[in-house]
Design a protein around this ligand. Structure first.
Ligand code: COA
Length: 336
């Protein structure tokens, strides 16, 4: 795989606001015990998940995203009209088309923005951040709203114990702005994918390969199918690799990182990645126990939680790392 270069000196891009939204309904491991042949101890020992949030039937992904976006705008003390670009990382769009980002644009009234979705599964928020960064740092626009939002419960088979215990719904958002603070804000990205293993994690039905039909419904092809063991092994290697590489090429040791904000697919995967860097557990932001795997929303909500709930100081380093279907993986380094 080609090594992408470290970002050269460009116009600084910083995060000026963050917000998140999680549905109220909680689905616990005890609830799942009544639905499939599983138990709380198996789920917590193998994954670290205790409960997850589930959106109500009338809410689509954009509804979760709109609430997260409004909260980020409030946090940034900005009006929606000031936003030039909206990018939504999601694999559970409201519809095949139009984009979920356009529904979000309508919902928040960002009439001066252009809007589109990015599909990179659980790495979607990092891919979306890097895309917005490119527009901002090249002086094309001044502000961007970047969202990771998912209603994974809409593609989860609650008769399949291999997958239904893992996923939850939620949305996180940040507002990016061009600034004058040389060396601060989004300072590096590593983005990678390997299409050879597209079949390890997929929703095979409903797209142009297998359009929705009685047969696709009967075969439950509109739900997530996953080769869990293969994904697990791949994820450990990819997460270790991207975490160590981005730290090394920015001359950062474990003690220099203030917060590691990893994708929350499995606590054992997170721990393997952080151990590869020699990072103290207290520096890892976990929300997997409360929310499960929210795909693109996991790192988005994690980043927003870290920003909102901590008194971040100048020169703090935040490191986002993720992997997902595709397979895709990557990292983003932020200097506060
Ligand atoms: N409850 C109880 N038993 C379960 C279960 C559940 N919810 N799900 C699977 N099992 C069973 C399996 O059927 C298997 O039984 P068998 O040995 O009789 O066949 C056994 O538990 C062990 O399965 P295995 O797949 O080896 O477990 P594991 O330790 O690999 O853990 C995952 C399973 C899914 C938690 C793990 O593979 C994983 O996290 N994979 C990555 C998933 C992921 O990250 N997906 C999202 C990517 S963004």
């Amino acid at each position: 795989m080609k090594n992408l270069p470290k970002l050269d000196k460009q116009i600084p891009v910083e995060i000026v606001g963050a917000g998140y939204y999680l549905p109220e309904r909680i689905l616990t491991n005890a609830d799942l015990e009544k639905m499939v042949d599983t138990d709380h101890n198996w789920i917590t020992e193998r994954t670290g998940i205790h409960e997850r949030r589930i959106a109500s039937p009338e809410m689509a992904t954009s509804d979760l995203a709109i609430l997260a976006a409004k909260s980020a705008l409030e946090n940034a003390k900005m009006e929606a009209e000031e936003i030039d670009l909206i990018i939504c990382g999601t694999i559970t769009p409201d519809m095949q088309y139009p984009s979920t980002a356009c529904f979000i644009q309508k919902g928040i009234g960002a009439r001066n923005a252009f809007a589109f979705d990015v599909s990179a599964a659980c790495t979607g928020f990092i891919y979306a951040l890097s895309t917005a960064y490119m527009y901002l740092s090249n002086d094309y626009i001044k502000t961007a709203l970047v969202i990771g939002a998912e209603k994974l419960s809409s593609v989860t088979d609650y008769e399949d114990r291999n997958t239904c215990v893992l996923f939850g719904d939620g949305a996180g958002a940040v507002i990016l702005k061009r600034t004058e603070n040389e060396g601060y804000g989004l300072i590096d990205f590593i983005l990678e994918s390997d299409g050879r293993n597209v079949g390890w994690l997929e929703v095979p039905g409903g797209g142009s390969r297998n359009p929705a039909s009685e047969e696709t419904i009967d075969q439950r092809m509109h739900f997530t199918k996953m080769k869990g063991r293969e994904v697990f092994k791949f994820a450990v290697t990819a997460m270790k690799r991207t975490t160590v590489r981005i730290a090394e090429r920015n001359n950062l040791a474990a003690e220099d990182i203030t917060w590691l904000i990893p994708h929350q697919a499995n606590k054992r995967i997170i721990d393997a990645a952080s151990q590869a860097l020699g990072l103290d557990q207290s520096k890892i932001h976990y929300n997997i126990q409360k929310y499960g795997n929210m795909s693109a929303a996991s790192t988005a909500v994690g980043l927003a939680e870290v920003i909102i709930n901590n008194d971040l100081k100048k020169d703090d380093y935040l490191l986002l790392v993720a992997f997902g279907a595709g397979m895709t993986w990557g990292s983003a380094l932020i200097k506060w």
